[in-house]
Ligand binder design. Structure first.
Ligand code: C5P
Length: 322
């Protein structure tokens, strides 16, 4: 592989980060805002290293892609519960043949991947990531947009009025208590996801809009921790990881773009903003470093695909024989 530059090493650890970032990560590793309770072999060195296919089957078996429905307490007791979709996202959408998950990484800039991304049957994008003006690099199709509660709540994103959010299917999430207890979460969300959801639904009643069940984020977190040799940040996985697993449940094959950085690797945080911070690619709050280790191990594509196109290939869950 001498001609190939460095691609993501699946054993990246916080010890490989620079001093400043190492401190930030260590602080988050020590903090436990969401009441994470460690169980099983997680974080203990000597954890058996599973193969890619074994990891894929674990993910399929142990992670349930669930969304909130009006029958769930405490929502069932509230008048606005009728605004929630009556069915699960997974029963309403897909199955799709081939899907693209478009990370918002700065390395998408000048990638020329737009046509390839748009050739997929379904395309997932994140948060405030635009397509207008960036079509050549990121394409223009948006089937699903996964947004966090911070974007929904912040004034600068103009969530309620910006046309960015008004096409495709919206899926929202918020960092919830580790217990995934809906009442506890409802009483203490990180950002006001439910008030913003109600407002948005009143303005755009016809647009499909789901909210992820908090079990989903923590089940994925557990898969990451159980397969790492060191303690990871006790915070939910990044939108990138959540969206990747979400699409694995809807698609036959999932291509993830610039989650594992290509030869265009850059400290530019997002392709659409002039802001530089290595933490965007390596993680600080989110256990992003470890998410990438796991995705590298599950990748069924080649290192060259990562290096030249920033492309990872993952099988959909339906296709897996576990
Ligand atoms: O920043 P934001 O969460 O909107 O970006 C979407 C996702 O893309 C992130 O959650 C992360 O998984 C991924 N990302 C990345 N490297 C970057 C920027 C984003 O891996 N430089």
């Amino acid at each position: 592989n001498g001609l190939l530059g460095e691609v993501w090493d699946d054993e990246m650890s916080s010890s490989m980060l620079g001093t400043r970032m190492k401190k930030v990560v260590q602080n988050y590793q020590a903090m436990n805002k969401y009441g994470v309770e460690l169980s099983g072999p997680g974080g203990v060195s000597g954890t058996p290293k599973l193969s890619g296919p074994e990891l894929l089957c674990q993910l399929k078996d142990k992670v349930e892609v669930a969304t909130l429905t009006p029958d769930l307490q405490p929502f069932s007791l509230l008048p606005w519960a009728t605004q929630l979709p009556p069915q699960q996202l997974t029963s309403d959408l897909g199955p799709y043949k081939s899907c693209a998950v478009v990370s918002s990484a700065g390395s998408l800039r000048y990638s020329g991947l737009g046509k390839e991304i748009d050739s997929h049957e379904a395309v997932l994008r994140f948060n405030a990531a635009p397509t207008t003006g960036y079509e050549k690099d990121v394409g223009s199709k948006t089937t699903i947009r996964l947004i966090n509660s911070q974007v929904m709540a912040s004034d600068d994103h103009r969530f309620l009025s910006s046309s960015l959010y008004s096409s495709g299917v919206l899926v929202a999430w918020d960092p919830a208590p580790f217990s995934a207890d809906l009442t506890k979460w409802f009483n203490r969300t990180d950002y006001p996801i439910f008030t913003q959801y109600q407002r948005y639904r009143r303005l755009h009643p016809l647009q499909p809009f789901y909210i992820l069940h908090p079990r989903f984020e923590w089940q994925i977190w557990q898969r990451i921790q159980d397969n790492m040799a060191e303690p990871i940040q006790k915070n939910p996985p990044s939108s990138g990881m959540l969206g990747t697993v979400l699409m694995m449940s809807l698609c036959e094959v999932v291509h993830v773009y610039e989650f594992l950085p290509s030869r265009r690797k850059t400290e530019l945080c997002h392709y659409y903003q002039r802001f530089y911070d290595a933490a965007c690619t390596l993680g600080a709050y989110h256990p992003l470093l470890y998410e990438k280790n796991l995705v590298k191990r599950m990748n069924q594509g080649s290192d060259r695909d990562i290096y030249t196109n920033g492309r990872v290939t993952l099988p959909g869950f339906r296709k897996l024989n576990c």
